[in-house]
Design a protein around this ligand. Sequence first.
Ligand code: NAD
Ligand code: UFG
Length: 334
Amino acid sequence: MNVLLTGGLGYIGSHTCVELLNAGHRAVIVDNLCNAYGSVLDYIEQITGIRPRFYEADAQDRAAMERIFSENEIDAVIHFAGLKAVGESCRIPLAYYRNNLDSTLTLLETMEKYGCKRLVFSSSATVYGPDNPVPYNEEMPCHVATNPYGWTKAMIEQIIRDYVTANPDFSAVLLRYFNPVGAHESGLIGDDPNGIPNNLMPYIARVAGGQLEKLTVFGNDYDTPDGTCLRDYLHVVDLAKGHICALDYAAVHTGAEAINLGTGNGVSVLELLHTFIRVNGVDVPYVIGGRRDGDLARCYANAEKAERVLHWKTEKTVEDMCRDSWNFIVKHTK
Ligand code: NAD
Ligand code: UFG
């Protein structure tokens, strides 16, 4: 299959590109590099021996997207391109709505023009909002996002569903990711956020590496076993493989289907932190601070549908996630 990856040089896109190439597919990448480096292309080539065709362009740019579709026979698209920082989306909501919605609309219009009928979309567990009980399953109502970023995901899911209703021969898989962490075992690609990380795992790794002084654990007075929040962390390589299963599924089914990609387990902030310290033999100073606005006590998947429909489930452990995240930092900061 010849697959277009929008945002394919980002964290999840680059790992998915590696798994796609390993599985014998071909990859074309479009990325505007607003949150990625061109050097990731070299790393993908180093890992797989294959250099995917790359277009430095914005997925909102209709002419650029048409050029990509006219120069390549695209069988399917995985749409990763998007802005993803929750806090930033509250400060600059219009940029989030513009980028995330426009890139999707331009993509769908271009796919329609070129007769491409298979789409895998990067959605998020954030669409379950604050009111559903865990574990989240795909039948639950998803009507209330809590921030502009989350609204873009909920809106895009709706846009895709409406498009599929009008085009019943189209196939869309809406993958709702939980908390991707870890890195490729080579240590060449991984999560490399600009500035101070918002997310837990890259923050822990930078404290361990001495770039940041200490971790603040945001609250230990939640109604959870150790008082800290529970999240469904999954290894990014497992997540990447889920996309290949979703592409296979999209090839034989039509309609729009939301599917959780998670482990089904809730892991606390302190469990993740102590596992990181133990498996890597490093020191990670931390303090307990107040709660972070908007955090839910619990967020984890019911992962049954992915296993039933995609024949996919996670294989890697929390130890693997911690080891590979640290390996990436060690190799990357040399
Ligand atoms: P990332 O920022 O590393 O990757 C996104 C990529 O898209 C970047 O390379 C960026 O340069 C590119 N991009 C953004 N807007 C673009 C545009 N208009 N045109 C072309 N390229 C553009 O993020 P990621 O963690 O790899 O996430 C990938 C997708 O998965 C995003 O849509 C994100 O919202 C979603 N997601 C991520 C997480 C997570 O925790 N990482 C969780 C749930 C969902
Ligand atoms: N945390 C800390 N200290 C930190 C950073 C995080 O204690 O410095 C805690 C948070 O309070 C939370 C947990 O670690 O309890 C995980 O936080 P992350 O920011 O890593 O992840 P979230 O679950 O808050 O959010 C992530 C993505 C969102 C996505 C959401 C649901 O960042 O984009 O998962 O999929 F919407």
